[in-house]
Ligand binder design. Structure first.
Ligand code: ATP
Ligand code: MG
Length: 576
């Protein structure tokens, strides 16, 4: 491909709002262009990357036995009402009307579409399992679209959905997809980890995220040599404390005037906050079961020196969303801020207690009365449904084997998920089992952020001059630069090298621009980030030598022109 024929509008400066290197570099190097908030156009180079990544994903998904389909980007609202997500999905769901006032959504994900595609068409257990996938646009009206392709509103996803007649078969396919994802991300040259993940509001029995470790990642993950989990799902060995447990002779009320914070309380009683019970009061939004949303105050109790993990709290309470409660809302619920405890709460207030507090003795809790706490309290007698895993696991906490956990930042590139029967039941999608009985399909779903991957690759590998594509997945493998195209011998050699490499299945970008100076050509090579560069300059005529540049580290080497083709074939032998 000739640079002069390709639309590659490179820029010297990055847009001001580009905070991440990947965002700035993809725009500067002419891969993408921003059209609006969270909306990007793909230029030829960007589209090439999108297609390359899609090709790897498609090949591996096909090999794994999945079938490619394409769902309509716009989906009629009736399916979303049927599944119950019309109301449950918040503002991320973009709803629109057509000229006949029909209601539609731009698909943020396609469970409804796939269930509708399969129901009535797959009728017997003999036709199962089935895995359908697409590579298509998604739209999520994200609250904070940012970081370019990392978190767009319109983006490209590979989404797959599988159908099974048993939990065992779902687990088999989950493992199949797990292995497929490992192959995909390895082929893309990424350093990734599969981590346990939160199954969230979608429900389901198990889920794993594929994370690329990167300092600019938005996700927190906890790692040890034998454990890896998103902080939203991380578990730990229950903590212990070496400091003395307070000892009250009896459970009694204690006057604690104006002592409202954990720090004040620990100081007041001279105890480790480990022995205090902290109340975190939230306002939750809930599905009211009638197609609307209701509000309720919910209290979460954890140790004084723990924090709640919001995703866990949300799962425990089944809230659609949790937010801070105002002073007025807290008071209106009959709670006394600063003195709230699990005993004697107003009856209508919903509450949950962290599992690690179970049966703990000699605890100090709020008395639900201004200026009073209760001491010597034993955490028993609560209904089983009140107990839940609520704590935010921290760096340094121990995994179940006793090994300290380390916190790292990660970017989620894929998510595999055992869905179960949530959608098939809601949408009445059944098959007949061996006994001729109708059963809801057991489902799994599996996503990969195709357009996000472009940004992730750049985030994982760049320097102050530009992008450094991994040779496993780059827009081109070789970038030939002819500093002066009036130098006929050099240009002829370059054209030959280009065609010989291309015959060998190597993609070449040949900078044959007559109007660009050498400095500009080199700067563009460094910015665009093709793994290998070859400069065919004056030395070619003088000594028959060219310069081979490895983009990673900008390592330059003079090499005889005769040898350069074989050298490149050797360097790229696994990539052809
Ligand atoms: P996140 O937690 O990052 O918001 P998610 O859990 O909402 O992602 P999924 O519903 O699991 O995402 O979607 C599958 C994949 O799609 C994700 O693993 C991610 O790579 C990608 N993805 C999700 N949201 C976006 C977005 N706004 N822009 C680009 N890619 C996205
Ligand atoms: Mg996810």
């Amino acid at each position: 491909m000739k640079f002069s024929k390709m639309f590659i509008p490179t820029l010297k400066d990055a847009p001001k709002d580009a905070l991440l290197p990947s965002h700035a570099l993809l725009i500067r190097a002419g891969f993408i262009s921003q059209l609006g908030t969270g909306l990007y156009d793909f230029l030829p180079l960007g589209l090439k990357m999108l297609e390359k990544i899609s090709a790897v994903v498609r090949e591996e998904m096909n090999k794994a036995g999945a079938n490619e389909v394409r769902f309509s980007y716009m989906t009629p609202s009736e399916f979303w009402r049927e599944s119950g997500r019309w109301n449950k999905f918040g503002k991320e769901l973009l709803r629109l009307n057509d000229r006949k006032e029909g209601e539609f959504v731009l698909s943020p994900t396609n469970e409804e579409s796939v269930v509708n595609m399969v129901r009535g068409r797959i009728t017997s257990y003999k036709q199962l399992p089935l895995n359908l996938y697409q590579i298509n646009l998604k739209f999520r009206d994200e609250a904070r679209p940012r970081f370019g392709l990392m978190r767009g509103r319109e983006f490209v996803m590979k989404d797959a959905y599988s159908f099974h007649s048993s939990e065992d078969d779902l687990r088999r396919e989950f493992e199949n997809m797990h292995a497929t994802y490992e192959r995909i991300f390895t082929r893309l040259g990424l350093d990734f980890r599969a981590v346990s993940a939160d199954s969230g509001a979608i429900g389901g029995s198990g889920s794993k995220e594929f994370m690329v470790l990167a300092a600019n990642g938005e996700d927190d993950i906890l790692l040890s040599s034998s454990y890896a989990a998103n902080v939203e799902a991380a578990i730990r060995k229950p903590r212990t404390s070496s400091s003395e447990r307070p000892e009250a002779n009896a459970t009694s009320k204690f006057h604690t005037p104006n002592i409202t914070s954990i720090e004040q309380l620990a100081k007041f009683f001279h105890v480790d906050p480990f022995y205090l019970v902290k109340a975190v009061i939230k306002k939750g939004l809930f599905d009211d079961g009638k197609g609307g949303v209701s509000e309720k105050i919910v209290v979460f109790f954890v140790r004084g020196d723990d924090e709640i993990q919001e995703a866990k709290a949300q799962n425990a309470s089944k809230a659609l969303e949790l937010m801070d409660a105002s002073e007025a809302e807290i008071a209106a619920a009959g709670l006394v801020a600063g003195f709230c405890g699990p005993k004697g709460l107003p009856e209508k207030v919903e509450f949950y207690i962290d599992n690690e507090l179970r049966d703990e003795e000699q605890m100090i809790i709020g008395a639900n009365e201004k200026d009073y706490h209760i001491i010597g309290f034993k955490m028993t007698g609560f209904n089983d449904s009140r107990w839940a895993d609520l704590v935010a696991v921290k760096e340094g906490d121990l995994d179940l084997n006793g090994e300290p956990l380390v916190m790292k930042k990660g970017i989620e590139v894929g998510h595999i998920f055992m869905l179960g029967t949530r959608y098939s039941e809601a949408m009445n999608a059944t098959y007949l089992d061996e006994n001729g009985k109708a059963q809801p399909f057991i489902m799994g779903c599996y996503g990969i952020g195709i357009s996000r991957l472009i940004a992730v690759m750049v985030e994982a590998s760049n320097d102050e001059r530009g992008i450094i594509w991994d040779k496993k997945c780059a827009p081109f493998s070789v970038h030939i630069i002819v500093p002066d195209v009036k130098n006929c011998a050099a240009l002829e050699f370059a054209l030959n090298l280009e065609s010989e490499l291309e015959t060998q299945g190597i993609e070449v970008l040949l900078d044959d621009r007559a109007g660009a100076r050498y400095g500009e050509k080199i700067a563009d090579f460094e910015l665009i980030g093709v793994p290998f560069g070859v400069v065919i300059g004056k030395d070619y005529a003088n000594s028959g030598e060219v310069e081979l540049i490895t983009r990673k580290g900008l390592i330059k080497e003079k090499i005889s022109a005769e040898l350069v083709k074989n050298k490149l074939l050797e360097l790229l032998k696994d990539e052809r």
